[in-house]
Design a protein around this ligand. Sequence first.
Ligand SMILES: CC(C)(COP(=O)(O)OP(=O)(O)OC[C@H]1O[C@@H](n2cnc3c(N)ncnc32)[C@H](O)[C@@H]1OP(=O)(O)O)[C@@H](O)C(=O)NCCC(=O)NCCS
Length: 177
Amino acid sequence: MNPKLEIRPLAAAPETRTQLAGMLVETVAQGGSVGFMHPLTLEAAAAFWDGALAAASRGERMILGGWNGPQLIGTVTLILNTPPNQPHRAEIAKMMTRPQWRGQGVASALLREAEALAVQNGRTMLVLDTASDEGAAGLYESAGYTFAGELPDYALKPHGGLTGTRLYWKRLEESER
Ligand SMILES: CC(C)(COP(=O)(O)OP(=O)(O)OC[C@H]1O[C@@H](n2cnc3c(N)ncnc32)[C@H](O)[C@@H]1OP(=O)(O)O)[C@@H](O)C(=O)NCCC(=O)NCCS
């Protein structure tokens, strides 16, 4: 079934945080490399999103949600609090689509929206990293990101064992405004 996807920036609200936490726990359990180890408790996941949503309310990041009706089916974060000498740069992070909604363009749509918001915020250089093992390199390559290199043994996978990370960048043009 194709989702009727509606993408919008998320603000702190208990229901939103609950859905984000459930998505994070599920993603990590299925081996998604998004910064956490399995098993991740719902409480720890909710605490992470509390902090992230508070950062969003301070303008330090934007957390986009992809909704299918009342159900949050995907998310991506645009990190904006770069150092003073990098006002033109932002980072893509915490990209996730709920497993049953994968392969239907949800992540691509979230990425396009994050890029549009980046340009609106004066950010013309995007960077990101993704796990070498079972990461999302294909997603970023099909969205026009350039592979910059690989760092070995960068992180543990959610179920254990080291993986490298692949670094990507994309320059956004004025025409994408
Ligand atoms: C990666 C992830 C977000 C992709 O979500 P999705 O909604 O299924 O992605 P889309 O349907 O928009 O796919 C877009 C493109 O990326 C490709 N792609 C998606 N996931 C991929 C993966 N894990 N590896 C390689 N290519 C992938 C698709 O084939 C598609 O290519 P196309 O445009 O050439 O057809 C999802 O698999 C996920 O949540 N994974 C676990 C968490 C994770 O690894 N996040 C990335 C952290 S950097």
